[in-house]
Write a protein that binds this ligand. Structure first.
Ligand SMILES: CC(C)(COP(=O)(O)OP(=O)(O)OC[C@H]1O[C@@H](n2cnc3c(N)ncnc32)[C@H](O)[C@@H]1OP(=O)(O)O)[C@@H](O)C(=O)NCCC(=O)NCCS
Length: 286
């Protein structure tokens, strides 16, 4: 007798399989169970979640940006990867286009099971992500025209969203929902204030007891190149050191020379691992 599983049960089952790509950021998969962006194949062979930028699990697609990230994807053991991924992509394409999304972005590492398939699915390589790391040796305080203060949950989130949106280009901007969740999850963060206005911020996540990752660093364009980025990063690194963190990593795009110079100046060293950023234009002919 065959047992009919609900999409929720199928997603749970798929989440324990060998081929799971999980880049959910600060969300949990269960939070997306009722979202139109989580697509499950009826035969239970695969499921995928592609989230438009700025979207939260509760917003039902009312987020109106033209880009989405592939955040989670899983295949049942034994399912044909090529065929199942193609089917999933077709499903996602239909739903995303309906919500005004024109570009689907994906991030892979060479060690990821998904990596060999993305080019065949029509994604084009757009960028490389590189990682830097540093043992948390002592750092002196950095001077800047801004006051650097601990980031509070009660801060003006709209102002932070604005800084983020002006500092980053799509698809790297974080919307309101992502930023709020990030602030709740972050181990620590700092904002840079000029005349009580937020002009920059940094957020770090402790990944193990003695390891942390700088998740976000941004300075509003009008305030860049005045020492604020260095002051924010230094404040975060000092606070992490006080909490016992001895190893800090961070990422940036291979094309981001400004960030790389800042990281090198602060003693970060480039690591070998590289990420691949892919883009699929949903309105192009297949
Ligand atoms: C990267 C960023 C945070 C730097 O902040 P900032 O306040 O402008 O940086 P600072 O003024 O503290 O500069 C510190 C060092 O970074 C390097 N740097 C900063 N901006 C630079 C630029 N436009 N070109 C080259 N080097 C630059 C320099 O080495 C500089 O030291 P120097 O002025 O003594 O030469 C900022 O440019 C930014 O928000 N960019 C967009 C978002 C981003 O890239 N985030 C981080 C990576 S994901």
């Amino acid at each position: 007798m065959s047992v009919v599983l609900s999409p929720v049960e199928m997603t749970h089952r798929l989440n324990t399989q060998r081929r799971v790509m999980d880049w959910l950021h600060w969300w949990r998969l269960e939070e997306w169970q009722r979202s139109p962006f989580l697509q499950v194949l009826e035969d239970g062979k695969g499921a995928a979640l592609a989230v438009p930028i700025g979207c939260s699990p509760l917003s039902q697609g009312q987020c109106g940006t033209g880009q989405a990230w592939l955040r989670w994807c899983a295949l049942a053991n034994g399912a044909s990867a090529g065929r199942t991924l193609r089917q999933l992509l077709e499903r996602l394409r239909t739903h995303l286009v309906l919500f005004g999304v024109r570009e689907l972005w994906a991030l892979t590492l060479t060690s990821d099971w998904l990596h060999p398939y993305v080019a065949d699915l029509g994604f084009r390589l757009s960028e490389h992500i590189i990682t830097f790391a540093r043992g948390n040796a002592a750092l002196s305080e950095a001077q800047s025209p801004a006051q650097v203060s601990p980031l509070m949950l009660s801060l003006d989130l709209d102002a932070l969203v604005e800084v983020d949106a002006t500092a980053f280009n799509p698809p790297w901007q974080l919307g309101y929902a992502d930023l709020r969740r990030l602030l709740r999850t972050a181990t620590l963060g700092y904002v840079a204030l000029v005349d009580c206005r937020i002009v920059g911020y940094v957020c770090a996540l402790r990944e193990r007891y003695d390891e942390a990752h700088i998740v976000r660093l941004a300075v509003a364009p009008n305030w860049q190149r005045r020492g604020i980025g260095r002051a924010l990063l230094t404040a975060a690194m000092r606070a992490l050191a006080e909490r016992g963190v001895t190893y800090i990593s961070l990422n940036t795009m291979a094309s981001n020379a400004a960030a790389q110079r800042l990281y090198s100046q602060l003693g970060f060293v480039r690591e070998r691992r590289r990420g691949f950023v892919w883009c699929l234009r949903l309105d192009e002919d297949r």
